[in-house]
Design a binder for this molecule. Sequence first.
Ligand code: TXA
Ligand code: MG
Length: 317
Amino acid sequence: MKNSYSNIFSFNKKIQKKVINNLNNGAVVGLPTETVYGLGGNAYSKKAVQKIFRYKGRPASNPLIVHYCDSNKAIKDVKINENFKKLYKRFCPGPITFILKRKNNSKIRSIVCARLNTVAVRFPKHRIIRSILCQIDYPLAMPSANKSSSVSPVKAKDVAEEFKKKLKIIINGGVCKIGIESTVIDLTSAPKILRPGVISKKSIEKILGLKMKNNKKKKITSPGMMKKHYSPGIPIIINQKKYDGKSAFIYFGSKHKNKKNFYTLSKNANLNQAASNLYKIFRKIKKKGYKKIQIGKIPNKETGIAINDRIKRASKS
Ligand code: TXA
Ligand code: MG
């Protein structure tokens, strides 16, 4: 089937050149990663970064993640440490973001980091974003390609629907395998997780050989920790047991198989599969015109911790 969006392109050498030309000129482009689609622009260009904030309607106080091909490029901008080296070796490229101290001579525009003295850095794994990052001599500031506080896109079409014709280029890299955003870990002092993801606290602790405290600070340390976030725009109520007879009901497992209005995150009760289906199902339910979403209990372990984090934030109105 031919896609009906003239700004969605398949990836090849010719379009890669076009993407790089656009990025060199300060444009922002919709790009696939293994977690969710991003809205990428040159992190060294004020014009490009301002465009990202404007398109998303993102508050200037919410910093962006800076994406690199590898750590050799990142060390020009951030101070790395032993914990970083261990985690990088084990998990990168992959779905993890590190908060590190910014170097004084870093070329990253200060608006990228909301004027903090720290930078969020990530090394994505998806072959398309990597082939672009490894060809350019600046990193990409790249938030998820959705309007501020709504659901992250997991398909090129989701990005097109979100920004319409505003974006000249969206690269189709298929459906994002992971489907929720990267784990964010602060490494500027004792390591702590600011946003849970598929790379779990447990697996990080194993590599670092330490136990991390739960991030219970009242103060918002990562704006993705803002209460309302990842919202599909209709009320969501979580930890539900009883179906109300009219809402869409999201659950985990196969208990309500083939029942109308019931949507399973994973019929095999696999938490990674559930994460990859979460935003897809949010969008589907919204499109079908339901007025409300009920969500059953999701096991709060491994990737379930990240899923519960997202649905809890989505449920705040
Ligand atoms: O998987 C991902 O991380 C995706 C893909 C596109 O790479 N990106 C993404 O970006 O989720 P965004 O902008 O939607 O979320 C970035 C998160 C926000 O919660 C932001 O507050 C936090 O990272 N962050 C960025 N810089 C930070 C910093 N210096 N200190 C603390 N948190 C920071
Ligand atoms: Mg986001």
